[in-house]
Design a protein around this ligand. Structure first.
Ligand code: ATP
Length: 260
């Protein structure tokens, strides 16, 4: 299988805080990798390093066979990214934003416009194409971000909580899009805390915990070597967490004026 992304012994610190303590990740063509871990584990940090948005790291990252340190610009054309929190230019219309992004990636205006309009229509937001983004609902903005990440037909896609705000029908469409993209040989990194979605769509799941890769395998493999049952239970087990009931009870008690 052609290796698209190879991360070897990646380390990253912020000040004296070690976030990534030497992680190894291999991703091949056509894989959908569910990249999970507790809040603050370093998932976004990993993605930002791969995208070249964070420079100061240890270890080696190869994309499409080349070390990203030696090939600073070219590889970015082959990557799409849906950030968890995005600064979208509110004053632009959907048309202006998407054609701007498309042209940044080297598309001609007409091609970018045709693609954008068709993709917005398919996602059920075609009538908002010429409206300002400031008037979009949360889900409409998310659809815009998804389209913007795909407009240049990237080979590698990084998605951070991509279905945030999407309604149930749109989630079904989006899952189908991911399945089709993977079948076309695209590689997808899917970061999310919604465990049942990760469980269903990922061909492989990687769990980042305490700066290291705590698990890496198919859902079936994770079940075989950890808890049987859902990915949520496997996540609880691998992160050593069992106190949800106790914490929830204390929380409600304090809300109601009781003792901690
Ligand atoms: N620019 C920064 N300066 C200092 N610390 C940072 C910076 N960016 C991230 N961190 C710290 O690095 C750690 C990892 O953050 P990161 O955003 O990668 O986590 P995450 O796994 O994506 O979390 P979440 O699931 O909550 O989105 C956190 O402790 C965070 O406070």
């Amino acid at each position: 299988m052609e290796e698209i992304l190879t991360i070897t012994n990646l380390t990253k610190s912020y000040g004296s805080k070690e976030i990534l303590k030497g992680i190894d990740i291999h991703a091949s063509r056509g894989e959908i990798i569910g990249y999970i871990g507790p809040n603050g584990a370093g998932k976004s940090t990993t993605v930002k390093i791969i995208l070249g948005l964070e420079g100061d790291y240890g270890g080696e990252i190869k994309l499409f066979g080349e070390n990203i340190k030696h090939n600073a610009i070219d590889y970015k054309r082959k990557i799409g990214y849906v950030p968890e929190i995005a600064d979208v230019y509110d004053n632009l219309t959907g048309y202006e934003y998407l054609t701007f992004i498309g042209q940044l990636y080297g598309l001609e205006l007409e091609e970018a416009a045709d693609k954008s309009q068709s993709l917005m229509a398919l996602f059920g937001v075609g009538e908002a194409y010429h409206s300002r983004i400031s008037s979009y609902s949360k889900g409409m903005r998310q659809k815009l971000l998804i389209i913007a990440s795909l407009i240049h037909n990237p080979d590698l896609l990084f998605l951070d909580e991509p279905i945030n705000g999407l309604d149930a029908n749109s989630v079904m469409i989006f899952k189908e899009i991911l399945t089709q993209l993977a079948a076309q040989g695209k590689t997808i990194f899917y970061s999310s805390h919604i465990m049942d979605v990760v469980e269903k769509i990922s061909s492989r799941i990687i769990l980042l915990y305490d700066g290291k890769i705590a698990a890496d395998g198919t859902f079936a493999q994770l079940q075989a070597s950890n808890a049987e049952g859902t990915l949520e239970r496997i996540f609880n087990q691998l992160t050593g967490f069992h106190e949800h009931q106790e914490i929830g009870e204390k929380f409600v008690s304090i809300v109601q004026g009781g003792q901690a």
